[in-house]
Design a protein around this ligand. Structure first.
Ligand code: 3HC
Length: 685
């Protein structure tokens, strides 16, 4: 039974019981409908509804969204609750999200536990509230608050919900409190749907639209939510509800909703592979080698998860810098309100920095984040092998270097693994787990356990230059640089990709991270680069000119006074000059052509990555591109997007581009295979 009922005197107790998150699927909807009938049959004074396992309900069961809706539909069930002559009280623990929050809105009274959260995250799944949320919420908490809650999708804590009037009380034991409620007072409460609708406020509506257009550009659900909420302001409740339902059902089967569901479930499926059953090492003390920006970010991420951390540096200057860097992250987190002073002190207490490897002799996990040089890495790993207890896992945060070569420099290569964090390491969710030829299963399970503690999205990748993410990024940048010499400007390329859904284009992003890192990589790759492949020297010229990005005040753009970016005529001239030297007649590319080339370059490279077994599945590549590289989540990740185009179409476009440059656009064998056999990329792996 997904909903259980029991009677205590004249009070009915209804419990949603659908582990793990009490998602509202068919059985819960039917159970609630039956509970309404039961309460009336039993002539109860009131009903208390709550969720089993300290969780009210996480919303509609999104797994049902791929099939046709089946009766009873949630809006009808909730209308029955609201219309029943037996008044219901929602006793909210854990979370009441989406349909869960809508159940609460249908109850005349809502009591919330202090740590519970209530909210409407439907837009994060590409839909809008579909069971009265868009119509009841403005009536209850006003238009502005309702618009924020629905378009932003962020759950509210109990105090905020109380202040807004979303719930009537916050009590440590909401079910007990609900049992104490006076039934006579309860029947006098006006149902939310009967409250007057707020007046139309064009300023508030315009502000909401503006915010969505900047913060959620390209996404259709938040704008549709505003439209439905606005319409509801001048419609009787039931008509507004019908409009909401129509929009919800349309959005549910939209490409964006499918893409967002794909990422939602792919993120949750990112767990230790089922064929690996080794017990993980459970570290208490973790060594981080290197206290630069990356090392201190990793140290802070690990401190956040409650581990004791020692950062190892080469000299006292390094130790001082590591302390300062970690403290900077603590201060920044305090300033942003992510932690309070107590939490900041807890992190400070768990942190130390040293030059002495003997200080980590009890650490069972080490993460090296030293300079990107094989010689330096091997030296560090040798020192760690000497100092750490036998069986400790030794990880490298290298972005490009060969984990197998590092492992082979140790007497026990099985303990070596790659843990590729992304900057800033305490914020970015992706963790590439690099599995070397000899990496043990224990090292893999340890990496997954760490990712879970750190609330990261773990993806196992194989060894190659750049692993999954940076290898795709290199190809993206190469395609962009080719356009730069052949006719486009950084601005045009960046704008085209922002329109595609990236928060920033490749050149604005490089200005943030610095042009020197990619430059060092190109020098490392000089020896192995295919001499027949086109090489675009513009980025090298930028480095020669000292234009390394924001840190030098200018890169692909200028930043006068440290403010917004402006185009740099010198950069435009570089493109024209290099084209002249190479005998290229520059042409204009439309935004669509720019997007096509950049996305196809990435898809082709990603297909090779999948074909070579560097990534285990297309979904893993989707996670890497969304959580590490800013690929628009609402497009479902690179390979999900590729499947919306179809392998056949991709191969035909690549064939056309191959007429210009057969090497750069050489079609991945996997794409050819999928195209010939009509297989979607998501089915590979
Ligand atoms: N539908 C189906 N399955 C869901 C689900 C949902 N709405 N929410 C969570 N799950 C599943 C997860 O896939 C996962 O399954 P698994 O164990 O097989 O991997 C399991 O529940 C546990 O989920 P998490 O790993 O995310 O558990 P956490 O404890 O970390 O987080 C949570 C719990 C905060 C509830 C989080 O799962 C969450 O945010 N869920 C989605 C909430 C949401 O978006 N609700 C709106 C749905 S749309 C809707 O309600 C429409 C309505 O207006 C008609």
């Amino acid at each position: 039974m997904s909903v259980t009922t029991r009677r205590e005197g004249s009070v009915g107790y209804v419990e949603i019981d659908n582990a793990p998150v009490n998602a509202i699927g068919l059985s819960v909807r039917s159970g609630l409908q039956q509970a309404v009938d039961w309460a009336e049959r039993e002539n109860l004074e009131r009903v208390i509804v709550s969720g089993k396992g300290g969780m009210f309900a996480a919303g509609a069961d999104a797994k049902e969204f791929d099939s046709a809706p089946v009766e009873p539909h949630l809006p009808d069930v909730l209308n029955a609750i609201e219309d029943s002559y037996v008044p219901w009280i929602a006793a909210i623990e854990g979370v009441a999200l989406g349909g869960g929050a809508e159940i609460a809105l249908a109850c005349p009274m809502r009591i919330m536990a202090p740590k519970a959260r209530i909210g409407f995250p439907e837009v994060t799944l590409g839909v809008i509230p579909g069971a009265g949320g868009t119509q009841r919420l403005p009536r209850l908490i006003g238009l502005s608050n309702a618009l924020n809650a629905v378009t932003g999708g962020k759950p509210l804590n109990a105090q905020t919900a109380l202040k807004m009037g979303l719930v009537q009380a916050v009590k440590s034991e909401p079910v007990e409190a609900a049992f104490m409620v006076n039934s006579e007072a309860l029947v006098t409460i006006v149902p939310v749907s009967e409250l007057p609708e707020p007046a139309i406020d064009l300023e508030v509506l315009n502000t909401a639209r503006k915010t969505v257009n900047t913060k959620q550009a390209g996404q259709i659900a938040p704008l549709r939510a505003i439209e439905v909420m606005e319409a509801g302001l001048s419609l009787p409740f039931r008509e507004g509800l019908a409009l909401e339902r129509q929009a919800f059902l349309e959005l549910r089967s939209s490409d964006q909703a499918k893409a967002l569901r794909h990422i939602f479930f792919a993120e949750r499926a990112a767990k230790t592979p089922s064929n690996i059953i080794a017990e993980p090492v459970v570290p208490e003390h973790i060594a981080v080698v290197g206290g630069g920006t990356m090392g201190s970010g990793i140290a802070y991420a690990v401190l956040n998860a409650g581990f004791r951390v020692t950062v190892l540096e080469t000299d006292s200057e390094g130790v001082k810098r590591a302390r300062e860097n970690v403290e900077k992250v603590v201060e920044a987190s305090l300033k942003r309100g992510l932690i309070d002073e107590n939490k900041a002190n807890e992190r400070r207490a768990l942190f130390s920095a040293s030059t002495n490897y003997a200080d980590v002799s009890d650490a069972t996990l080490a993460i090296e984040a030293a300079f990107e040089s094989m010689a330096v890495k091997c030296q560090v790993f040798a020192a760690l092998e000497q100092s750490l207890p036998a069986g400790a896992i030794i990880a490298s945060n290298t972005s490009y270097l060969d984990i197998n070569e590092i492992a082979d420099s140790l007497s026990d290569p099985a303990r070596v693994i790659g843990l590729h964090f992304f900057a800033p390491a305490h914020i970015m969710k992706l963790l590439e787990i690099v599995r070397g030829n000899k990496t043990s299963d224990i090292a893999i399970t340890t990496a997954f356990a760490l990712a879970k503690r750190l609330r990261k999205v773990p993806v196992v990748v194989g060894v190659c230059d750049g692993f999954v993410g940076n290898r795709i990024l290199a190809r993206y940048r190469e395609a962009a640089d080719t356009l730069l010499i052949d006719g486009s400007t950084p601005w045009e390329i960046d704008e085209a990709m922002v329109e595609f859904g990236y928060a920033m284009g490749p050149y604005a992003a490089q200005d943030l991270s610095g042009l020197d890192i990619a430059h060092a990589n190109r020098r490392r790759q000089d020896a192995t680069r295919d001499p027949a492949r086109r090489y675009i020297p513009i980025a090298d010229r930028m480095v020669e000119l000292g234009k390394l990005g924001r840190k030098t005040g200018a890169g692909w753009y200028r930043y006068p006074g440290g403010n917004g970016r402006v185009e740099d005529p010198v950069v435009a001239d570089l493109g024209i000059e290099e084209a002249h030297f190479a005998g290229i007649e520059r042409v204009e590319y439309s935004a669509d052509e720019i997007r096509e080339r950049l996305t196809l370059a990435m898809i082709n490279e990603a297909s090779d990555i999948l074909h070579e077994g560097i990534a285990q599945s297309a979904a893993d590549i989707d996670l890497v591109t969304v959580f590490g590289y800013g690929f628009p989540r609402w497009r479902g990740g690179l390979m999900h997007y590729a499947d919306t185009l179809g392998a056949k179409e991709i191969v035909s476009r690549l064939t056309r581009l191959g007429n210009e440059d057969a090497i750069a656009w050489k079609i991945s064998p996997l794409l050819s295979h999928c195209s010939e056999n009509g297989i979607p990329l998501c089915d590979v792996g």
